[in-house]
Structure formats: C-alpha cells, structure tokens
Design a protein around this ligand. Structure first.
Ligand code: SF4
Length: 365
C-alpha cells in the first residue's frame, strides 16, 4: 500500500537488543481484551504459560480496549523481555501474537482525507539516530508498506491542507528557524502580538524553569533528565525566578548551549528535522483532528525550547551523538506519549500573561 512517510521510513529497523533505551522498559503497556485472550489461548509450553500468567495482569477495571497490562520487573523492564533485549513472546509464539502497541511502535499508520500516512515517533532511539544522521531536509515521500492503516483520522480537507502547509513552512530553509515559527504564527494563526524583548525573554526562562521543575518529580520518563537540567542550571527548588535570576539562567543556558551546539547552521538543520518529524507525527496543528488553533503554536514553541533547554542542562552526560540520541529519545517519549504537549501549552498560557509575544522568544532561544 502507498503511504506518505518520512524519507528514512523504508529503511527503518528496530535495534532490538542493541537499543539502550528499549521501548519494552520504563512505561506502562496496555493490551486489549482480544489481544489478551489471543495470547493466553496460544499453544505455549506449560512453563511459558506460567510466565504469561505472571507477566500479563488484568486491569483493575478492565475495558475492551484497556483490558490488561504488561508487568515490569524492578528495573522497569517487561517480564517477557529476554536478557539479550529481545522479545521473548515474539520468539516463543511468533510476531503475529504480539499486541498492536508492541508490533507497531514507533509507527503510527493512519488514513486522513484519503491519504495513508505512516509517521514514526522520536521516542524511539533508532528514529532519533536517523534524524541526527543527516542535516538534509526531512522529506515526506511515497513509501510502500505492506499493511493497512490502523487509525482513520476524521479531518476536513481544509484542516489537512493546514497540516501540510505547516510542514512546508517549517521545512523552508530560505529563512532561519525563528522566522519560520513567526511565519507559522502569522500565516496559520494570525498571531501578530509582540512584547518588549527583555520581558519576553525573562518570561521564557521562567516558563522553562517551571515546566522542567514540574517534570522532575512527576514523570517517570525523562524525570531524571529534568532534575539534572534544573540542578545543572542552579535553580533547583526555586518556585518563581526573579527578573535577575531569569537573566542569570538565560546567560548560563546560552553559554552551555553555545558549547553543546557550536555550529548554528547544523543545529538548525537537525532541529528542523525533529520539528518536521514531530509535527507530522502529531498532524500539527490539528493533533488527532482537534482544532487547537494558536494553542498548538504556543505548545510547539514551548516543546522546542524545552528540548534544547533539557539537552543543554544534560551537557555533563553528553559525550557525543550517541548520548544525545539517548537523551532525545527519552524526551521524545515524554513529548509524544504523554499529555506533555497539552501541559506545555497550559504552562505557556499561565506564564505569558506579561508578554503575549513570549512564543517568539522561545523560538529564538
Ligand atoms: S525504542 Fe525503537 S529501536 Fe529501541 S527497541 Fe523500541 S522500537 Fe526498537
């Protein structure tokens, strides 16, 4: 079947046991009633059946689509994952037995306005490595995939056209990234508000500090990365930053970012690839067919600045591209597979009372 997909999709392959941030660890996996019954009815050895009973537990209030969950060991690893990192369930009973989430991840195969799309999440280490492997523009190309779309997205043509236009603007290298965010704001949302630069910058730093601090205690995924960033920049435990502290944080961030990303052009090219991949994965600005309007823009600017802020704040653990890929894929899990996108837009709303043009500053950081 023909799909619209990012140009790396046709040669995407899971790293299996070589993956350092294996998606079989660290987050809840829920399976449907049909999947549960199918696995428990499969012809497994008596020993493996005991393992399945231990590893698959019914949810407290089972529903059809959220019927049971996979149990993790103390290290947060799926009980069915083997020591070599491979999936024991797949090896024991074959790929077809796997729950959809395990078989599909990191792919999202959907159909929208008559177009089949396959988008991949940068929560996957192999995807992140492909996005970091080139500075060329990320192209959406026609790709042959042997399976049918799984999710229909109900979206009017004009909304779908906006999603495609947003990707065109973000991929247009005739202007720098900050200007592309402005063009998104102006062309798709009519956002023309500006603010005094100093005030907007202070508010942008306060927003990043508060959002990152909020993630420290609340998210299992990327929580440690956020704690490291907040303590690295030296304002851990601080609720609200004063103007002077916000300026100090900005100076520390800029100094560190300048060391971590010395080549601005290369940084912009790589950031653009992640942004286009993220926007395509989420059908920006109509995430899942919704009509988020400028909230989607504020959320996107906040997510973009948040990733750079946390990456810079983890400079002590980044020795090279491999480490950066690890940090980015963990942030990708938080951003693509939790309510973080909405939280980012909410935090923006709360923080930008004083400077409605704060999103421009976030895009320039
Ligand atoms: S994160 Fe990606 S590469 Fe790693 S195990 Fe999962 S699908 Fe494979």
């Amino acid at each position: 079947m023909k799909y619209l997909a990012a140009d790396y999709t046709s040669d995407f392959a899971c790293k299996c046991g070589a993956c350092r941030r294996n998606c079989c660890s660290g987050w809840p996996v829920t399976i449907s009633g049909e999947e549960y019954e199918r696995i428990m009815a499969a012809p497994a050895s008596p020993e493996y059946r005991e393992k399945l009973k231990e590893a698959l537990r019914l949810n407290f209030a089972p529903e059809d689509r959220r019927y049971a969950h996979v149990v993790h060991d103390r290290q947060g690893r799926c009980l069915l994952q083997r020591e070599d990192g491979l999936c024991g369930l797949q090896i024991e009973l074959g790929e077809a037995i796997l729950p959809a989430v395990c078989r599909l991840y990191p792919r999202n195969r959907r159909s929208v306005c008559g177009v089949n799309e396959c988008a991949l999440s940068f929560g996957c280490e192999a995807v992140t490595e492909r996005l970091l492997a080139s500075a060329e523009p990320l192209r959406l190309t026609e790709t042959e995939i042997g399976e049918a779309p799984l999710f229909p997205i109900d979206m009017p043509e004009e909304k779908y056209a906006r999603c495609r236009r947003a990707l065109e603007i973000m991929g247009d290298r005739s202007t720098d990234l900050a200007r592309r965010f402005e063009r998104l704001g102006e062309e798709l949302f009519g956002c023309r508000e500006t603010s005094p630069e100093e005030q907007a910058l202070e508010d942008a730093m306060r927003l990043l500090h508060r959002l990152t601090s909020d993630c420290c205690g609340k998210t299992k995924v990327a929580g440690k990365l956020c704690s490291e960033a907040v303590s690295f920049f030296g304002f851990a435990g601080k609720e609200k930053l004063s103007g002077a502290e916000a300026a100090e944080l900005c100076a520390r961030y800029r100094e560190t970012a300048g060391r971590l990303f010395p080549e601005k052009a290369r940084l912009e090219a790589l950031a653009e690839r992640f942004l286009v991949n993220h926007m395509f994965y989420n059908s920006f600005p109509h995430v899942g067919g919704t009509d988020d309007g400028e909230r989607a823009l504020y959320g996107l600017c906040t997510v973009y600045a948040f990733v750079k802020f946390v990456l810079a704040g983890n400079v002590r653990r980044i020795g090279g591209m491999e480490d950066a890929a690890g940090v980015l894929s963990e942030l990708g899990r938080l951003i693509e597979h939790s309510d973080f996108k909405y939280k980012a837009a909410q935090f923006y709303r709360k923080q930008s009372d004083h400077s409605p043009g704060c999103w421009r500053q976030l895009a320039m950081l």
